[in-house]
Structures are given as C-alpha cells and as structure tokens.
Design a protein around this ligand. Structure first.
Ligand code: ATP
Ligand code: MG
Length: 765
C-alpha cells in the first residue's frame, strides 16, 4: 500500500505538489502535522536528500516523532533530515559559522537562569534597586526587543520604549540592555533569543559566503505550528528564500520551496512575540512565486460534540481567518462539566473519574491527560493520582538539565570548552567549597571591567589575599589542564575526568541521604548521556556540515532541551501538563481543570488588550486535544497565593451550548448538598446562565436522604439517588474496591447510569 493512500484528496495534493510555496491554514486535528510528515517522506521518496530538508517543529520531541514516522516510510535515511526547533537547528548552524560574527564556535548558551543571573549582577553593579529592576522583568524587555530586531542602540532612540520604561519606574533598562549584550559577547555566550538574532545577523552580513550556502543546502523548508512564529523567525525564513540574481534583483525563477502549516485560532504565544500577521504576510509575500493554499476541513481527531463545542468557543473571537471544520467520527459523548466544592475535591473527582474511565472504557494511562493553565495546579492532582495508585508524569517541572548537580557539572564542562563563560565560572568558582566569597568575585569582576577582558582571564591580574590567590591559582591550573586534554579525550572521557578531578563525585558520594544518592545517580545519568551522544550517529550529515561529537556540541544541544523533550521512561503514565505544552498533541481522554475566572482565563489577561482572545485560543487548544472524552472542571473555592478564594466559573464555559454538555455528568458527589444549592457560591454572572442551567435539579429531598452503606447494596435492590431519584440496581461489576453499579433510573427516561460503588450515595428503599 502506498503511504499516499492514507490521505484524503486535499491532503494528498498538499503532499505531492513538490515545487513552490505552500500554505495550509486549517483547524485542529485536520492533519496538518500529518501532511507535513508525509510531505517530507514524499520528498525523500522523490529523490531529495534528507539533509536537504529543513523541518522546524515546536519541540525537539515533535521532531523526533516526525522522524520516526518518516522512517517507517523511507527507512533510516530519515535520521539525516535537519529537524528540530528553530533554536536547536540554528544553534547547530551557528556552531559552524560563529567565528564569522565574532563568537567562538564553542560558544555557551545562556539559559533563562543564566540570563537573569547576569542581569542581576549588572543591576547590582549599577547600584539600582533589584526589586524595581527585577531580573525577570528586564529579561523579558530585552527578549522582546531582540525578537523585534531592536538593538540596544536603536532601543535608546525609540521614544515609546523609553517612555514605557520610564512609566514603569525603570528608565535605565536600555543601559542594562547594552551592558547585557556586551557582557554576553565578552563571555562568548548567546542567550535563547540570540540564537535567532545572531543567525539573522550572520545571514544578513554574509549573503554570499554563508546565506547562499544554506539557501542551496536546504532545498525544502517546512514549518509546523507556523502561527506561533515571531517576527524574527519569519525574517530568517524569508532570508533563506531570498534568492538574488547576479544584478541583485530578486530571482523569480527558482521555486520557493517553503511549506508552512498552522492555525491562527491556535496561536498562543503572542505574549512571547508570536504574531499571526506572519500567516497573512506569508500569503502576500509568496504570491509572486505561485503560492498554493490548501484548506483541510475534516477533523480526524475528535468526535462531533467536541469539535462543535470548540467551534462555538472560538467563534467569540473576532479576528480570525474563516474556516470550516467538521468531524465525521459521529456525535460521540457529550462533554462532562463538573463543579467541585474546592480544589482538593477537584483533584479527587478527576482521579475518581479517571479510574471510572479506565474500568468502564478500558482506557490506558497513556490515553489520558490532565491539562491546566498554570503548573502550580499540578500538585493536587498528583496527590490524588498517587493515592489511587495511578501512574502519571508531570511535564513542566524542572527538567533534568536544570537540576542543581547536573547544572554544576555542566557548568564545569562549559568552562572547559569556553573559559570566557562568566555565568559558568561563577557557578563553580566556589563549588566544591574553596573559600572564595562574593568579595573576591566582585574584585575579579572589577579587574575584568578595568582591563577589558573576561572574568577568567582577569583572575591572575586581580590583587587578592595570599590564600585566595593560591586557591584560585590551583583552580585555574585545573581548568587549564582539562582544556589541554580536549583534543586527546572524547567528550565522555573528558567529562568523567572533570567529575572526578573536581571532587564533585566524592562530595556527592559522601552524602548518604536518599537525596544525595539520587544526585549521584543524576551525575551518572548525565555521563551516560554524554557517552550515548559520542556513540550515536544521529547528527551525521553528508552534506556541508560534518559530524560533530565534541563536548561543546553536546553542551549546546542540552542547553536547548526542555522538559517536554525528555525521554519518556518506561511504563504507561497519565500526562499532566500545561495547556501551552499540549500543543499539537492528542489524547483519547482530556481533563481541562480549573476553569475559573482569573485562573483560566488568567488574571493577567485583563491587563492586555488582546489578552482574553489569547486565553480563548488557549482554551480552544485545550479542548481540541480530546479525541473521545472531554471533562471540564471548576471549583467553588480554591487556595491561591496562600488565600482562600471564591472564584466565578470561567466565562468560556458559557460559550459552549447545552447541547454538547452532559448535565448528568457529576454523578460523584461527596458533600451533602443543600436544597436549591446554587452552582456558584458567589458572584453569579449573567453570562454564566447556561452553565447554571445544566446543573441538575435534585430528585430527592436532601433533608430526609440517608445513604446506605455501600457494602449492603445488591443487584435487584430499589434505591434512591439525590439527583437521579428512584432506580433499580441491575448489575454490579468491576474489580474488588472498584466495583461499579449499573442502575436504571425511572425519572430520567429509563436511562442507565454507571456509578462507582465506593462513591455512590444511594439509599436502599
Ligand atoms: P493540530 O492543529 O492540533 O496540531 P493537526 O492539524 O496537526 O492538529 P494531526 O495531528 O496531523 O492534525 O492529525 C490529527 C489526527 O488525525 C492524527 O491522529 C492523524 O493521524 C489523524 N489523521 C489525519 N489525517 C488523516 C486521514 N486522512 N486519515 C486518517 N487519519 C488521519
Ligand atoms: Mg499539528
């Protein structure tokens, strides 16, 4: 069977039209990612070399998955495709070209923590108030400037930026920005934004010897989740497609082989500078080159209730590219909407429902995801999943490479490959403890500034007390010794030596606590990772760029790993992640939790003109992850920021019509309800009426209702339920402890309900 057979007509066209620009703007689950994957397979099948294909995805993990799918069509050639995130692919190119823009090829990559630490240092050196000039706020100002291609010099002349900073009480941001850029350059370091910015600069400044090489190399460029690209990313893509003739004019003949797919309604990174204008611009920019636009309208992922509810929600956003999307998977189940008394109860209800879905519908853990707006919400679900012995994995915690001991060792390694790296040096200059305090560090910094060099080089020139001077002398000698071994030892041998000779290993071994044990294991795991890297041939490229197994290359690749990229450990787990992280994924069953005003939508949305629209797109992304089961929960009370709050349900809930909601869903109820219990404790908003209506009225009188012990419940008994009224138990099944009663209730139209016995509140009649 040909791989083309598993595509619909339009998808097939989008896959097989090889030459020229292609744009696909289509709704969730319509097969955009599938088209991209098959298109790459088809290109290779048609004779394009894998290393001539550049595929840009949202996570490295997505790239890996894509490669393995492609491999199932074209075999292991798929490994040689240039696939990854913008950042990781660009870091790879920069590594080969860095010297052309004044960076060492072993440049360091500063992660967010490094950037903020450097900003704090600068703020301190400028004698500014660290509370007003908070490192995270400054970092995001700088990041936003960089993603708009605004240099420090340009920044200082832009009145609106300066005015905004002044208004925020931070008139000196532009000076910090300038110092920050200088300091990164001195340290031979690039932050995340630099990986884009410096690449742009590289292409811009070297049109003939660099840009042209990559234009020729990448015969096909493909981008998934195009709606979340920022201005700078688009500018780079345009450079890659900007062929010139000898007279400098745009070359109209060479086909622009660029394919982008996305969904404007799923754009969720506006706060980071992503702009859906890119989609509109793309269509305009590539019109002269015969752009082909494909529309995919069939949703293959979700059942109709889910698709229609999603359509209803997103129709409340004004600015959108109109598109149709339908499902032919059948109506499917309605969406369950569940109100809980508090966040603890929310955790328990979700865990209970998961158990129920697993027993009743045979879902496995990997079919299930819990999605939340903020990572802080995960704790309560963790607690209840653990209590029910359900295996889960949280994405969005600290990634492996961010753990302290791992960062400590990688800081040493960074220093070995790039001694200019100021942040790495500061991290290990007194670890293991060698009596070097902040005073000494400040003195070295002053010397470095004075003689205009980097931190490491300034050490021997700094006047220090004899003891500190001796200790640092030994430190420098040790690092230099490691450096001299670089050509002799491979990355793994070198890293092992560093771990040993710095006494890091001894230090961890001396700690017999379980934490100490696990830190030691993490170091071993890091070393194993380096070994695997030196032995793998994944990065092999038969074209311009050759295999690179150096320590520097390893360090650059791990700097860009996020927890989303982490290898999945064995075993089957329920996925817990933020909605942002769930982009592009799909699960048979999805729980979107914490649907309350100021949580989802976030309270931060109010401060922003387009904030609500972005939150709504986020909600849209969340619900469209579900294939068959969708549960939405909100709570009447919740602890937030250490205070008990009584939130109003999310306004988004009222945007879903009753037709798609299962009003009888909340079968499990632990608290004794009161008569006429309003679904919302306080602040019932008019626009929430629809959610209110779906709450069932009680069919029994709570004041006389007395639930019987569940152990006494037997098949054939007549029972009373608070909400469903009278009924008869017609079946009890399920495993010990997880037994489920099937009950036929009279009042609700002879409907059978399945209720887990341990949660059932039933009164034997
Ligand atoms: P999102 O916008 O959420 O990223 P998408 O448009 O990228 O969604 P895909 O993930 O490519 O959608 O596809 C959704 C699901 O539908 C996948 O499981 C995919 O394999 C399946 N699918 C897509 N097209 C077809 C088809 N023609 N036949 C069968 N299944 C398909
Ligand atoms: Mg996709």
């Amino acid at each position: 069977m040909s791989y083309l057979d598993s595509l619909n007509e339009v998808q097939r066209q989008a896959v097989t039209e090889i030459d020229g620009p292609v744009l696909i703007v289509a709704g969730p689950g319509s097969g955009k990612t599938r088209v991209l994957t098959y298109r790459i397979a088809h290109l290779i099948h048609s004779g394009i070399a894998p290393w001539e294909i550049l595929s840009l995805t949202f996570t490295n993990k997505a790239a890996k998955e894509m490669k393995s799918r492609i491999a199932s069509v074209v075999g292991n050639k798929a490994d040689k495709i240039w696939a990854g995130t913008f950042h990781s692919v660009f870091a790879r190119i920069l590594r080969f070209e860095a010297e052309k823009i004044g960076f060492p090829s072993s440049f360091s990559i500063y992660d967010t923590q490094d950037s903020q630490s450097l900003i704090s240092t600068i703020v301190k050196e400028m004698n500014l108030d660290g509370k007003i000039y908070s490192s995270s706020a400054i970092r995001s100002r700088i990041s936003s400037a960089k993603s708009k291609l605004i240099t420090p010099k340009a920044y200082s002349t832009m009145e609106d930026l300066i005015a905004a900073d002044r208004l925020a009480g931070r008139p000196r941001v532009h000076q910090i920005y300038q110092k920050y850029v200088n300091r990164c350059a001195t340290a031979g370091a690039m932050d995340f934004d630099d990986l884009l910015l410096q690449l742009f600069r590289l292409f811009y400044q070297n049109p003939d010897n660099v840009l042209e090489k990559y234009q020729k190399k990448f015969k096909h460029v493909l981008v998934d989740e195009f709606q979340d690209t920022n201005h700078l990313q688009y500018a780079i893509l345009k450079k890659l497609m900007d062929y010139r003739l000898a007279d400098g004019k745009k070359d109209p003949y060479t086909p622009r082989n660029i394919t982008v797919v996305g969904d404007d309604a799923q754009s969720i990174y506006a706060f980071r500078g992503a702009t859906i204008d890119n989609i509109l611009d793309f269509e305009k920019d590539y019109k002269p080159f015969g752009i082909k636009v494909f529309k995919l309208e069939q949703n293959y992922r979700s059942t109709a209730h889910i698709v229609q509810a999603a359509n209803e929600v997103i129709s409340n956003n004004e600015k959108q590219i109109p598109k149709k999307i339908w499902s032919h998977k059948g109506a499917g189940r309605k969406i369950q909407l569940i109100r809980t008394v508090d966040d603890g109860n929310e955790g328990r209800r979700v865990a209970d429902l998961i158990l129920e879905q697993k027993t009743r519908y045979h879902l496995s853990n990997s079919d299930i995801a819990i999605l939340y707006r903020t990572n802080a919400q995960s704790r309560i679900f963790e607690e209840h999943l653990r209590r029910q012995n359900l295996n889960y994995k949280i994405f969005g915690g600290i990634s492996f490479y961010q753990r302290k001991e791992v960062k400590d060792l990688t800081a040493y390694l960074r220093l070995v490959v790039n001694p200019k790296d100021e942040e790495a040096l500061k991290r290990v200059i007194n670890y293991p403890k060698r009596g070097i305090g902040p005073g000494t560090i400040a003195k070295i910094a002053a010397t470095a500034a004075q003689i205009g060099t980097h931190f490491y080089a300034a050490i021997p020139h700094t006047k220090l007390p004899a003891r500190a001077s001796k200790t640092l002398g030994e430190f420098v000698k040790m690092i230099n010794a490691f450096r001299s071994k670089q050509s002799e030892l491979d990355a793994f041998e070198l890293a092992s030596m560093v771990a040993r000779k710095t006494k890091m290993i001894d230090l961890l071994k001396a700690d017999h606590s379980p934490e100490g044990q696990s830190r030691q294991e993490n170091i071993t795991a890091l070393l194993d990772g380096i070994k695997e890297f030196t032995e793998s041939d994944e990065l092999f490229d038969e074209d311009v760029i050759t295999d690179d197994k150096s320590l520097a290359s390893f360090l650059q690749s791990i700097a860009l790993y996020s927890d989303q990229d982490e290898e999945e450990e064995d075993g089957e787990f329920i996925t817990l992640m933020s909605v942002h992280a769930a982009k592009g994924l799909e699960f048979r069953s999805v729980f979107v939790v914490g649907l309350e005003e100021d949580l989802f939508p976030s309270f931060m949305a109010k401060n922003d003109l387009n904030g609500m629209d972005e939150e709504r797109r986020l909600f849209y992304v969340a619900i469209t992850r579900a294939e068959e089961f969708l549960v939405l929960t909100y709570s009447e009370r919740r602890f937030r920021f250490g205070k008990l709050k009584y939130p109003t349900p999310s306004p988004f809930l009222s945007e879903i019509s009753e037709d798609h909601l299962d009003s009888y869903a909340p079968v499990v109820k632990r608290r004794e309800p009161t008569i006429n219990e309003a679904p919302i404790t306080s602040g019932v908003q008019g626009n929430f009426s629809r959610v209110q209506r779906v709450m069932p009225t009680l069919m029994a009188d709570p004041s006389t209702f007395r639930p019987s012990p569940t152990s006494e419940l037997k098949v054939g008994m007549k029972v009373l339920h608070l909400k469903f009224g009278k009924g008869e138990i017609i079946l009890i099944d399920g495993s010990e402890g997880n037994q489920v009663a099937t009950i036929r209730f009279d009042q609700i139209g002879d409907v059978e309900k399945r209720i887990m016995l341990k949660f059932a509140k039933l009164q034997i009649l």
